[in-house]
Design a protein around this ligand. Structure first.
Ligand SMILES: *[C@@H]1O[C@H](CO)[C@@H](O)[C@H](O)[C@H]1NC(C)=O
Ligand SMILES: *[C@@H]1O[C@H](CO)[C@@H](O)[C@H](O)[C@H]1NC(C)=O
Ligand SMILES: *[C@@H]1O[C@H](CO)[C@@H](O)[C@H](O)[C@H]1NC(C)=O
Ligand SMILES: *[C@@H]1O[C@H](CO)[C@@H](O)[C@H](O)[C@H]1NC(C)=O
Ligand SMILES: *[C@@H]1O[C@H](CO)[C@@H](O)[C@H](O)[C@H]1NC(C)=O
Length: 435
């Protein structure tokens, strides 16, 4: 399957209902034209006035997508309006739009391969992100690799960073098969992963660093309790920091682990904690300040050395609605506009990225720092998670798999592919700006 061809325009072949046979009565040609125009206008009028917005989208989405792809094909410059804000918009129904690849063939982490794990309802693949004021072009593997020629693209952060890097690899793989340079041998781990695209001399890496900063405890030992993290706010995580000088594009994604709780250090001295009731209440420092310090440290590190682009991906909100198999994340479609509101903490973590990007831009002249704002589009998709389908068909096995329901990461293919479509637009906007 091609990675990035929209599937529907081909289905829109026009066919005449009577198979092209001559009609039983003949009208003058001009009358025919007027009659057809009238009919089409009436049909359009009906569609706009009398049908649901869903039906409207269903009719126009494929058409618009087709027009859009044609436009992108004929224009050599990057698609998307210059003033477009990809972070605001809505999901519109577009059958088959998100069936971009086969996750088994691009070898994704098993727990995100929803279809192979038995998820049969695939309506979550029938939606397209419609930003306000422009069209978001489909991912273009060739254009992405050409723009990144000779570069090292690194994803640094938590499991959402991993989710996104796997989506990117799948989007690229069908057209340009990568060579896996390194992958942790344990299939559940995937702390460090690297691919090479020899055709374009592009390297893509993933570095597990859920606090960006150096951390021990749960961050490196799955069997520990969720809040048992020991984080050093005076040092970056060693693995990615050691490679920082080789990175040309860095996507930083963190947030969830700061909420989970940790004890924070400056060298050997405890400077505070979050979600550790056993410690002194006066030492509570919350999640925002340590997160800010970790990002500042990372951005300072990435501001020295070669010029580069850093993308700060915003918080991707989870959708856990309960603790059972059936209520894990049971939604079968996106939220309606206004149906649910972002929680204050989610808004706060999103704004924090804008603040840090702005502050970093003021501090450094050579590094381009931008926000990859995915919060709204991720928030609107409670239906796109693996849920119970993290490791096989739960209805077939009938055991209590609910404890492992995943309502945070996205299925692959799935809504997370849109993160990379936006990333592509941000990286390629105003030609040659990627440094
Ligand atoms: C895009 O929208 C977000 C969310 O409303 C806003 O915070 C941000 O400033 C906007 N970006 C631009 C470039 O206008
Ligand atoms: C994906 O690919 C695998 C291996 O080639 C194949 O067995 C499977 O049927 C494919 N799945 C879909 C949904 O096409
Ligand atoms: C991981 O944590 C568990 C539980 O605290 C502990 O028993 C185990 O020794 C740790 N493993 C490593 C490699 O540190
Ligand atoms: C850590 O300690 C050093 C030396 O005392 C100090 O300069 C620095 O500001 C401290 N950092 C934090 C985050 O407390
Ligand atoms: C809490 O603070 C008190 C007074 O400063 C100190 O004596 C005590 O050791 C602290 N407890 C912990 C767990 O840090």
């Amino acid at each position: 399957m091609r990675a990035n061809k929209p599937l529907h325009p081909q289905k829109q072949k026009l066919s005449s209902p009577n198979g092209g046979k001559p009609g039983y009565f003949i009208l003058p040609k001009s009358a025919c034209i007027w009659f057809s125009c009238g009919f089409v206008s009436l049909a359009l009028l009906h569609l706009f006035c009398c049908s649901s917005s869903g039906a409207r989208e269903a009719v126009f989405s494929p058409l618009l997508q087709y027009v859009d792809d044609t436009y992108n094909f004929i224009s050599s410059g990057p698609g998307g309006g210059k003033s477009c804000n990809y972070s605001e918009g809505r999901w519109v129904w577009a059958p088959g739009h998100a069936r971009r690849y086969n996750a088994t063939e691009c070898n994704v982490k098993w727990s995100h391969n929803c279809i192979r794990n038995g998820r049969h309802d695939t309506g979550y693949l029938d939606w397209r992100w419609q930003p306000e004021g422009c069209r978001l072009p489909a991912f273009d593997a060739k254009r992405f690799l050409s723009a990144m020629r000779g570069k090292h693209v690194a994803f640094v952060g938590d499991s959402m960073a991993r989710n996104q890097v796997q989506s990117l690899i799948c989007l690229l793989s069908a057209a340009f098969p990568p060579r896996i340079v390194y992958r942790d041998p344990e299939p559940w781990k995937c702390y460090f992963w690297r691919w090479a695209f020899p055709t374009h001399d592009v390297t893509v890496s993933f570095y597990w660093a859920p606090f960006i900063a150096r951390a021990t405890g749960k961050a490196v030992n799955e069997s520990m309790a969720q809040n048992m993290n020991y984080v050093y706010l005076d040092a970056l995580d060693d693995r990615w920091a050691a490679d920082a000088d080789t990175m040309d594009v860095v996507v930083l994604t963190a947030g969830h682990w700061f909420l989970n709780g940790a004890i924070y250090y400056n060298g050997s001295r405890v400077i505070g904690h979050h979600v550790h009731d056993e410690l002194n209440a006066s030492d509570i420092i919350g999640y925002a300040w340590p997160m800010q310090l970790a990002y500042r440290m990372a951005l300072d590190r990435l501001s020295s050395g070669r010029p580069r682009t850093v993308m700060l991906a915003t918080f991707s909100p989870p959708h856990f609605e309960g603790r059972t198999l059936t209520t894990g994340c049971p939604r079968k479609g996106p939220y309606e506009e206004g149906e649910k509101e972002l929680r204050p903490v989610e808004k706060e973590l999103r704004s924090l990225m804008y603040e840090e990007a702005e502050a970093a831009t003021r501090r450094s002249g050579t590094t381009r720092v931008e926000v990859l704002d995915v919060t709204k589009l991720a928030f609107m998709r409670p239906d796109g998670h693996p849920g119970a389908y993290t490791h096989g068909d739960p209805s077939a096995s009938g055991v209590h798999k609910w404890m492992l329901a995943d309502c945070l990461h996205f299925c692959l293919p799935g809504p997370v592919d849109t993160f990379n479509e936006i990333l592509q637009q941000l990286l390629t906007k105003s030609q040659g700006e990627v440094r």
